[in-house]
Design a binder for this molecule. Structure first.
Ligand SMILES: [Zn+2]
Ligand SMILES: [Zn+2]
Length: 170
Protein backbone atom coordinates (compact mmCIF):
# COMPACT_ATOMS: atom_id res chain seq x y z
CA UNK A 1 0.00 0.00 0.00
CA UNK A 2 1.36 3.38 -0.95
CA UNK A 3 0.95 6.28 1.40
CA UNK A 4 -0.21 9.71 0.29
CA UNK A 5 3.32 11.13 0.27
CA UNK A 6 4.57 8.30 -1.95
CA UNK A 7 1.67 8.72 -4.36
CA UNK A 8 2.21 12.46 -4.55
CA UNK A 9 5.96 12.08 -5.09
CA UNK A 10 5.40 9.38 -7.75
CA UNK A 11 2.93 11.58 -9.60
CA UNK A 12 5.19 14.59 -9.44
CA UNK A 13 8.13 12.44 -10.52
CA UNK A 14 6.09 11.24 -13.50
CA UNK A 15 5.28 14.84 -14.32
CA UNK A 16 8.99 15.63 -14.28
CA UNK A 17 9.11 17.37 -10.92
CA UNK A 18 11.13 16.19 -7.99
CA UNK A 19 10.00 17.05 -4.51
CA UNK A 20 13.15 18.06 -2.68
CA UNK A 21 13.67 16.35 0.64
CA UNK A 22 15.26 19.01 2.76
CA UNK A 23 15.50 19.82 6.42
CA UNK A 24 17.52 21.49 9.09
CA UNK A 25 17.97 22.60 12.66
CA UNK A 26 15.97 25.07 14.73
CA UNK A 27 18.25 28.07 14.20
CA UNK A 28 18.53 27.49 10.44
CA UNK A 29 22.34 27.32 10.25
CA UNK A 30 22.43 23.57 9.57
CA UNK A 31 20.59 22.56 6.41
CA UNK A 32 20.53 19.25 4.57
CA UNK A 33 19.19 17.74 1.38
CA UNK A 34 18.45 14.03 0.98
CA UNK A 35 19.03 12.28 -2.35
CA UNK A 36 15.88 10.16 -1.95
CA UNK A 37 12.84 9.80 -4.21
CA UNK A 38 10.23 9.64 -1.46
CA UNK A 39 9.87 10.47 2.19
CA UNK A 40 11.21 7.57 4.25
CA UNK A 41 8.94 5.72 6.67
CA UNK A 42 9.76 6.66 10.24
CA UNK A 43 9.85 4.70 13.49
CA UNK A 44 9.28 5.83 17.05
CA UNK A 45 11.71 4.69 19.75
CA UNK A 46 10.25 4.74 23.25
CA UNK A 47 13.44 3.82 25.16
CA UNK A 48 14.46 5.91 28.16
CA UNK A 49 17.54 7.22 26.37
CA UNK A 50 15.34 8.60 23.60
CA UNK A 51 12.93 10.05 26.16
CA UNK A 52 15.84 11.88 27.79
CA UNK A 53 17.39 12.90 24.44
CA UNK A 54 14.16 14.37 23.18
CA UNK A 55 12.67 15.47 26.47
CA UNK A 56 9.53 13.86 25.13
CA UNK A 57 7.69 10.55 24.99
CA UNK A 58 9.77 9.07 22.15
CA UNK A 59 12.18 9.94 19.37
CA UNK A 60 11.09 9.62 15.76
CA UNK A 61 13.64 8.78 13.10
CA UNK A 62 14.05 7.19 9.70
CA UNK A 63 16.81 4.90 8.50
CA UNK A 64 18.31 6.25 5.28
CA UNK A 65 21.56 5.63 3.37
CA UNK A 66 24.21 7.82 4.97
CA UNK A 67 25.53 8.80 1.54
CA UNK A 68 22.13 10.26 0.60
CA UNK A 69 22.71 13.15 3.04
CA UNK A 70 24.28 16.41 1.85
CA UNK A 71 24.61 18.60 4.92
CA UNK A 72 26.01 22.09 5.48
CA UNK A 73 26.49 24.36 8.47
CA UNK A 74 28.14 24.09 11.88
CA UNK A 75 27.62 20.35 12.42
CA UNK A 76 29.19 19.00 15.60
CA UNK A 77 29.79 15.28 16.10
CA UNK A 78 30.03 13.48 19.36
CA UNK A 79 30.53 9.81 19.98
CA UNK A 80 29.32 7.54 22.70
CA UNK A 81 29.52 3.85 23.39
CA UNK A 82 26.22 1.96 23.24
CA UNK A 83 25.39 -1.60 24.20
CA UNK A 84 27.69 -4.17 25.68
CA UNK A 85 29.63 -4.91 22.50
CA UNK A 86 31.37 -1.53 22.42
CA UNK A 87 29.43 -0.16 19.45
CA UNK A 88 30.10 3.52 18.82
CA UNK A 89 27.24 5.82 17.98
CA UNK A 90 28.08 9.17 16.41
CA UNK A 91 25.52 11.92 16.90
CA UNK A 92 25.37 14.97 14.62
CA UNK A 93 23.93 18.11 16.17
CA UNK A 94 23.86 21.78 15.25
CA UNK A 95 26.79 23.43 17.06
CA UNK A 96 24.77 26.62 17.48
CA UNK A 97 21.29 25.52 18.61
CA UNK A 98 22.11 21.87 19.50
CA UNK A 99 19.23 20.36 17.50
CA UNK A 100 19.94 16.69 16.85
CA UNK A 101 20.02 15.96 13.13
CA UNK A 102 21.13 12.34 12.62
CA UNK A 103 23.30 9.58 13.96
CA UNK A 104 25.26 6.64 12.69
CA UNK A 105 26.34 3.53 14.55
CA UNK A 106 29.20 1.14 13.93
CA UNK A 107 26.71 -1.76 14.13
CA UNK A 108 24.89 -0.58 10.98
CA UNK A 109 27.56 0.90 8.70
CA UNK A 110 26.31 3.14 5.88
CA UNK A 111 22.90 3.65 7.50
CA UNK A 112 21.95 6.91 9.18
CA UNK A 113 19.01 7.52 11.50
CA UNK A 114 17.70 10.98 10.65
CA UNK A 115 15.41 12.82 13.08
CA UNK A 116 11.97 12.96 11.49
CA UNK A 117 11.13 16.30 13.07
CA UNK A 118 14.02 18.03 11.26
CA UNK A 119 12.46 17.35 7.83
CA UNK A 120 10.84 20.39 6.26
CA UNK A 121 7.98 18.10 5.22
CA UNK A 122 7.60 16.55 8.69
CA UNK A 123 3.83 17.06 8.44
CA UNK A 124 3.80 14.38 5.70
CA UNK A 125 5.80 11.63 7.39
CA UNK A 126 4.23 8.38 8.53
CA UNK A 127 5.24 6.41 11.59
CA UNK A 128 5.41 2.78 10.46
CA UNK A 129 6.86 1.11 13.57
CA UNK A 130 7.31 1.51 17.32
CA UNK A 131 10.32 0.05 19.13
CA UNK A 132 11.23 -0.39 22.81
CA UNK A 133 7.53 -0.07 23.68
CA UNK A 134 8.16 -1.74 27.07
CA UNK A 135 9.33 1.70 28.22
CA UNK A 136 6.61 3.78 26.60
CA UNK A 137 4.72 6.41 28.55
CA UNK A 138 1.38 5.01 29.70
CA UNK A 139 -0.79 7.61 28.01
CA UNK A 140 0.42 6.64 24.53
CA UNK A 141 -1.41 3.78 22.79
CA UNK A 142 0.32 2.09 19.83
CA UNK A 143 -2.01 2.50 16.84
CA UNK A 144 -3.62 -0.73 15.69
CA UNK A 145 -2.01 -2.41 12.69
CA UNK A 146 1.36 -0.72 13.20
CA UNK A 147 4.38 -2.95 13.89
CA UNK A 148 5.81 -2.71 17.39
CA UNK A 149 8.35 -4.51 19.53
CA UNK A 150 8.83 -4.36 23.32
CA UNK A 151 12.60 -4.05 22.81
CA UNK A 152 14.54 -3.57 19.56
CA UNK A 153 12.94 -4.53 16.23
CA UNK A 154 13.15 -8.08 14.90
CA UNK A 155 15.80 -8.70 12.24
CA UNK A 156 13.06 -8.71 9.56
CA UNK A 157 11.52 -5.55 10.96
CA UNK A 158 14.88 -3.83 10.99
CA UNK A 159 15.56 -4.88 7.39
CA UNK A 160 12.12 -3.59 6.31
CA UNK A 161 12.85 -0.23 7.96
CA UNK A 162 16.26 -0.07 6.25
CA UNK A 163 14.56 -0.74 2.90
CA UNK A 164 12.05 2.01 3.63
CA UNK A 165 9.22 -0.52 3.78
CA UNK A 166 6.43 -0.85 6.29
CA UNK A 167 7.25 -3.72 8.70
CA UNK A 168 4.52 -6.29 9.17
CA UNK A 169 2.83 -6.25 12.57
CA UNK A 170 3.70 -9.42 14.48
ZN1 LIG B 1 20.97 25.30 14.62
ZN1 LIG C 1 15.62 4.88 21.76
Amino acid sequence: MKDAGTRRSSLLGWLGFTMALTGGCNCGQVRYRLALEVLPGTYACHCHQCQRWSGSAFSQSAFIPEDSIAISGPVVCFEREIGAAGAIQTQRVCGACHSRIYNTTTTRPGVAAIRAGTLDRSDEVECVAHIFTAYRQGWFAIPEGVASWPEGPSAEGFQALIRGERPKPS
